[in-house]
Design a protein around this ligand. Structure first.
Ligand SMILES: [Mg+2]
Length: 257
């Protein structure tokens, strides 16, 4: 590989045969959509005003992380998980709410969330530039219908080659099975492929375990949990730099920092 060439022209970087993108918080801006939806919800819902917006947002993310493995494994329905999340969120804000009120909060949140959905800044341009030069697969843990709706709402279908959703294939990242299915679909070998995603466990470790080179999309500048050298991107604002990272034309950063 060559030395860093951040100002290289579009054709300078030898892209991998396939690039797999995570969806949530890599293409689709779940975190900031969630924050904005909670902000809207708090305008009308007193039970969620007992803490600052940032505190509520972080608690929401924490509760989501805890329950997600159970939802993905089918141990709890997504609907029950949502209601319970809002019951606990209200409790975090110092208010006890009934299951019916929690369900109502969840419904109202969802309306705001669906309306406010947006992509990560810059990713659309990155996908446009990559399209046709590499196979673009989305490999995501979630419900099929939810992810399909995102593709439509965000007009992403023309920008990707395929999407594999954990619910649809019965296996979720970081299980090697979902990556192997994606490789088959892309007709690519692991060493010809890059996986980019925000989750260290699902995307970075999952890809690495099957021999796919990971790129960690780390826009909140988290510390890596393991001392593995990994290439990182903290935004898609420079498509040229993004391509250099995907091509492996930049130095890996070793962790911890
Ligand atoms: Mg993600």
């Amino acid at each position: 590989m060559t030395s860093p060439r951040r100002t290289a022209p579009r054709s300078a970087h030898a892209l991998p045969k396939a690039v797999f993108f995570d969806m949530d918080d890599t293409i689709f801006d779940h975190s900031l959509t969630c924050r904005r939806a909670l902000a809207r919800l708090r305008r009308t819902e007193a039970p969620l005003r007992g803490q600052t917006l940032d505190a509520v947002w972080h608690e929401y993310a924490r509760l989501l992380d805890i329950v997600q493995p159970d939802v993905l494994a089918g141990r709890i329905t997504i609907q029950d998980a949502r209601v319970e999340r809002f019951r606990q969120l209200a409790q975090f804000c110092g208010r006890e709410v009934s299951p019916a009120d929690a369900a109502d909060l969840s419904r109202r949140y969802r309306v705001h969330y669906q309306k406010l959905r947006r992509t990560i800044p810059g990713v659309r341009e990155v996908l446009r530039r990559l399209r046709g030069r590499t196979v673009i697969g989305v490999v995501t843990n979630n419900e099929v219908a939810e992810q399909e709706r995102k593709l439509d709402h965000l007009h992403l279908r023309p920008l990707i080659d395929f999407m594999i959703v954990s619910e649809g294939v019965g296996v979720a990242k970081p299980d090697p099975g979902i990556f192997l299915l994606a490789l088959e679909k892309a007709d690519a070998l692991p060493e010809e492929t890059v996986m980019i995603g925000d989750s260290w466990r699902s995307d970075v470790t999952g890809a690495r375990n099957v021999g796919i080179r990971p790129v960690w999309f780390n826009r909140f500048h988290l510390s890596p949990p393991d001392p593995w050298p990994v290439r990182e991107l903290d935004s898609f604002r420079s498509p040229v730099h993004t391509e250099a990272v995907l091509a492996g034309d930049v130095t890996e950063r070793s962790s911890p920092r």
